[in-house]
Design a protein around this ligand. Structure first.
Ligand code: MLT
Length: 302
C-alpha cells in the first residue's frame, strides 16, 4: 500500500484502494513520486529519492524536464484522458466563430425589458447571420490524442480536414488516412485552410510557431483556434491581423491582456479539460500509470 501526501489534491473520486491513507502536507522530501495538474509549477528542489513525476493531463510545461532527466526521474502524462473535453471545446469554438451566437445572446439580454423583443428579433437577426462549418477546410496542426479526435469529429460535421504532424505514429496516420488529407508542409495548412487549430505541446520548437509570417501566409478571413498553449501564438501579430480583417476570429483558451477585450477574439479561461469527466479520467489515469510504474516499471502515457 502506498502512502499519499497531498500538496494539492488531484482527485477525490475514483481512487478506490488508494484514498484512505493520504494526509495534507507541504513536505514531499520523502516522496517516491509526485503527481501534478497544470497550476502547480514544479519549480522547487526535487527530492533525491524521487522516481517519477506524473502530470494528470497533457501539457508538461510546468515540469522541469531537464532537471528530471539529469536526476534520472521518469516523467509521464495522460494525454488521452482529457482529450474528449478539449475536442468538444474546440468544436464549440468553431461553431462560435462561425455563428454570431455570442452577439445574438448579448442583444437579447440588452432587450430584457422590451415586451416586443420577439418581434424586434425577427428584424434584428440579419446582423447576426453567420456561416456553416460544413464544407469548410479545417487545418489541424498536431495529430496527437486531441488532434485526432478533432479530425474525426470535424469530418463527421462535413468539414474537409487537413492534418500536419511530423511525429505522428504509423498506426495513427493509417487510421486517419481514410478521413483526412495528410500535409507534409505546414505552410500548406496556413495557405489553404479556412479554420486552423493547433494541438501541439509547448516546446522550444513550437513556441511562437503561429508567428507574424505564418499569419501573413493565411487566407483572408481565416479563423485561428488555440486551445493548446498561449505562447504558441504571436498574439501581438494576431491582434494586428484581426484589426486589419485578415483574421476573422481568434478563439483562444488563454486569458492574456494582449487579446482580452479585442474585437473578434473569444476567450475562455483554460476550460478545455474542465469537465467532470476529463478531470476524473486524468486523476484516475495518472494514479494507474504511477501504480503500474512503481510496481512493474512500465509507463504507457495513456
Ligand atoms: C492539458 O494540458 O492537459 C490541458 O491543457 C488541461 C490542463 O492543463 O489541465
Amino acid at each position: 500500500m502506498f502512502q499519499y501526501h497531498c500538496l494539492n489534491p488531484i482527485a477525490s473520486v475514483g481512487l478506490d484502494g488508494f484514498g484512505d491513507n493520504y494526509r495534507q502536507t507541504d513536505d514531499f522530501k520523502e516522496a517516491d513520486a509526485v503527481l501534478v495538474r497544470s497550476a502547480k509549477m514544479l519549480d522547487m528542489e526535487l527530492p533525491g529519492k524521487l522516481l517519477a513525476v506524473g502530470r494528470a493531463g497533457a501539457g508538461v510545461n510546468n515540469i522541469p524536464l531537464d532537471r528530471c532527466a539529469d536526476q534520472g526521474i521518469v516523467v509521464f502524462n495522460t494525454p488521452g484522458a482529457n482529450s474528449n473535453g478539449v475536442k468538444e471545446l474546440v468544436l464549440a469554438g468553431m461553431l462560435l466563430a462561425s455563428r454570431d451566437i455570442v452577439g445574438g445572446i448579448e442583444w437579447v439580454n440588452s432587450q430584457k425589458d422590451n415586451p416586443d423583443v420577439g418581434k424586434l428579433a425577427e428584424k434584428q437577426k440579419k446582423q447576426f447571420a453567420g456561416s456553416e462549418i460544413s464544407g469548410k477546410k479545417l487545418g489541424i496542426i498536431g495529430l496527437g490524442a486531441i488532434g485526432q479526435k478533432v479530425a474525426n469529429a470535424a469530418t463527421h460535421l462535413g468539414m474537409d480536414v487537413y492534418g500536419y504532424d511530423p511525429f505522428i505514429s504509423v498506426d495513427a496516420a493509417w487510421n486517419l488516412s481514410r478521413t483526412i488529407h495528410h500535409i507534409q508542409d505546414v505552410n500548406d495548412i496556413y495557405r489553404n485552410c479556412d479554420f486552423i487549430t493547433i494541438h501541439v505541446p509547448l516546446t522550444d520548437g513550437t513556441r511562437g510557431m503561429i508567428s507574424r509570417e505564418a499569419i501573413q501566409m493565411m487566407k483572408d478571413g481565416v479563423v485561428v483556434l488555440n486551445y493548446a498553449r498561449d505562447v504558441l501564438v504571436d498574439e501581438e501579430a494576431m491582434v494586428e491581423a484581426l484589426n486589419a480583417g485578415k483574421v476573422k476570429r481568434y478563439m483562444t483558451d488563454f486569458a492574456n491582456p494582449t487579446v482580452a477585450g479585442v474585437k473578434n477574439v473569444i476567450i475562455t479561461p483554460h476550460l478545455g479539460a474542465s469537465t467532470r469527466e476529463s478531470e476524473d479520467n486524468c486523476a484516475v489515469a495518472a494514479v494507474k500509470e504511477l501504480k503500474n510504474f512503481l510496481e512493474n516499471g512500465n509507463i504507457k502515457n495513456s
